[in-house]
Every structure is written in C-alpha cells, then in structure tokens.
Design a protein around this ligand. Structure first.
Ligand SMILES: Nc1ncnc2c1ncn2[C@@H]1O[C@H](COP(=O)(O)OP(=O)(O)OP(=O)(O)O)[C@@H](O)[C@H]1O
Ligand SMILES: [Mg+2]
Length: 313
C-alpha cells in the first residue's frame, strides 16, 4: 500500500443545462485509483478537460469528492480533507500553473512563504525568519525578496516562490499542476531543476500534472494517462515511453514537439499516421457508451484499460 492511496475517486460537477442534455452531473473524474509511494515521482497526463486538475484539487481538499476514498499512511482522510485546517493537509501540498493567481498579489514574499509556517508550526520569530531565508535560498533567491511583491518577479521566479511555500512544511507529496507550462523552455528546465534538487534534499514525491508527455519524461517514475475522467493506461517510464499500448497514449507521445530539424519530416508523417489510427480505432478501446473500461494488467508494472483483450492489441 502506498503512503498516499486514492481509491475509486469520483468528482462529479452539477450541470446547469441538465434539462437539455438530460444529464444532471458531469463526471470530471469517474473512478480512478492511484497508489503513491514515498520518494517516487508520478505523472498524470491527458488532454485538456480530461480531469487532471480535478484529481489534484480533490487530493488536497480543494474539490468536493463525490465518491471514493483517500488514505494517508493507512488512515482514511477523505472526510478530514473537507475541513479547512486538517492536520493531514500539511503532508500533501499543491502548486499551480499560474503563480500570479495562486500567490496573493497584495502580500510580500516573506509573508507568503511564512504563512503555512504560522498556520501549522509554532516557531519563534527568529526561527521563522531562518526557515524563510533557507527556503528562499533553496529556490535560488535571497532575503532581498522578503519585502517585495509577486509582480516584481518574473514568472519563473514566481513559480520558484510558489515551490518554496509548498515545501515550507516539508510535505511528503507535492502535486504540481502544469508547473512549467507557461514558461519558456530554458526557464522550464531551470524550475524543474530546482524541483529535483528540493526532492533530493527533502525526499518528497511529486505528482506532475501535464498535457505534455515530453515535459514530464525526465521527472516521472510512473505515469497515468487520463481520458474523460478515467485512466486508459498506467505504467512505469519504460512502459509508457518505449512500449505504449493504448492508441490515446501513442497519440500523446506523437504530439511531443520534435526539436530536431533533421527528423521533422519523419515526425510529421508519424504524427499523421497515428492521428488516423486514433480516429479509426479509439472507439474500439471504449465501451459502447464511450466510457473507458477498468485497467487490466499487461505486466507487473503496465496496465491498460480493458476492452480489447491483450491478444487483440
Ligand atoms: N467547477 C467546475 N464546474 C463544472 N465543471 C467543471 C468545473 N471544473 C472543471 N470542470 C469540467 O470538468 C472537466 C475536467 O476539468 P479539469 O480542469 O480537471 O481538466 P484538466 O485535465 O485539468 O484540463 P486542462 O489541461 O485544460 O487544465 C472539464 O470538462 C471541465 O470543463
Ligand atoms: Mg488542468
């Protein structure tokens, strides 16, 4: 059992136009299970609207859970997550794509980073100051940042500040929802490097949320591929990148931008081929109502949503 266990999680949003569609709710997340072990990194990848952020937000208590359970260290914390100041929340933190929205623009960086410390730990003023300085240093900033406001920093720096705040309480897990997708490539690499370094120091685990399999490749030990609120494939890095079995995963892989100009033509052709395979065969991977089936094992590490049996793939 993983330190963080998510069991058959469902998050359904009420639908206003139920009268026209006949639907009263929209299943943004429709029965997913994840077992997250200490020290490993995980990826949650799928197209826009597949339900990735909703999973992340539900795990940290920002979204109401319709059904399912979340366990931390064997304890069911599902009910506690709904409460504002649950002690469990310190173990699982989240950072978001848009740090200009997630960092309060009216607060100085010193306040922003010390907030979680003040909420959860009783530190003397001096201890708090030291912890905040250490956190800033860890993300490549100095005490000069303390009295500045978020808008005085670049978006890469702001994302590092959000990271410093997220790890202030030394959580075991950090859910990173598209943490670098609005950044330039060079800045992306820099922020990911800080994330790696912090992981080595704090021994934490990340759950990376991304629409781009390329971005999370170097960071993830295991990946879940999400489509319409369900997982279509789950595997370790090798399974997903070298031996993808679901046509949806193959399509996501073919969408990774190819930076090598010599291979660009070939890449374009492959992408077209997979796109046509996807159009032709995606339906055969789904149940009649369009729903994704349950994951079935292909190997000890690799699972694929069941519809066609292994022999037919
Ligand atoms: N508060 C809400 N009320 C109603 N529907 C919502 C709400 N939040 C999200 N949804 C819907 O739930 C589905 C999943 O949304 P979610 O934001 O989790 O997707 P995502 O995979 O994170 O997408 P993106 O890559 O665009 O961030 C989408 O169809 C979205 O429109
Ligand atoms: Mg999202």
């Amino acid at each position: 059992m993983g330190l963080l266990e998510i069991k058959d999680l469902k998050v359904h949003y009420p639908v206003k136009s139920g009268f026209l569609s006949g639907k009263k709710s929209h299943a943004a997340v429709d029965g997913i299970s994840l077992s997250l072990e200490e020290g490993k990194n995980y990826g949650l990848v799928g197209e826009s609207g597949s339900g990735k952020s909703t999973v992340g937000r539900a795990i940290v208590g920002l979204e109401r859970i319709t059904a399912g359970q979340i366990f931390y260290d064997g304890t069911d914390i599902t009910a506690a997550l709904g409460k504002r100041k649950s002690g469990h929340k310190r173990n699982v933190q989240m950072i978001f794509q848009d740090s200009s929205a997630s960092l309060n623009p009216k607060k100085q960086i010193g306040q922003i980073i010390s907030e979680p410390l003040q909420n959860f730990e009783k530190l003397s003023q001096q201890e708090e100051k030291k912890r905040v300085s250490d956190l800033l240093e860890m993300v490549g900033l100095t005490d000069e940042a303390l009295n500045k406001y978020p808008h005085e920093f670049t978006s890469g720096q702001r994302q590092r500040i959000a990271l410093a705040r997220a790890v202030a309480l030394r959580p075991k897990f950090v859910i990173a929802d598209e943490p670098v997708s609005v950044l330039d490539l060079s800045v992306q690499a820099q922020v990911l490097n800080y994330m790696k370094r912090i992981q080595e120091q704090y021994k934490l685990s990340y759950l990376f949320i991304s629409h781009d399999l390329g971005v999370v490749k170097q960071m993830c030990d295991e990946l879940a591929i999400m489509y319409r609120g369900r997982f279509v494939e789950y595997g370790d890095r090798q399974d997903i990148y070298l031996n993808p079995q679901h046509v949806y995963t193959k399509r996501l892989l073919s969408a990774i931008p190819n930076l090598d100009p010599l291979n660009r033509k070939l890449h374009k052709r492959l992408r077209r081929e997979i796109e046509s395979e996807y159009k032709q065969s995606m339906g055969s991977y789904l149940a009649k109502d369009g729903r994704v089936g349950d994951l079935l094992p292909l190997s000890e590490t690799h699972r694929i949503a069941g519809k066609p049996s292994k022999g037919e793939l």
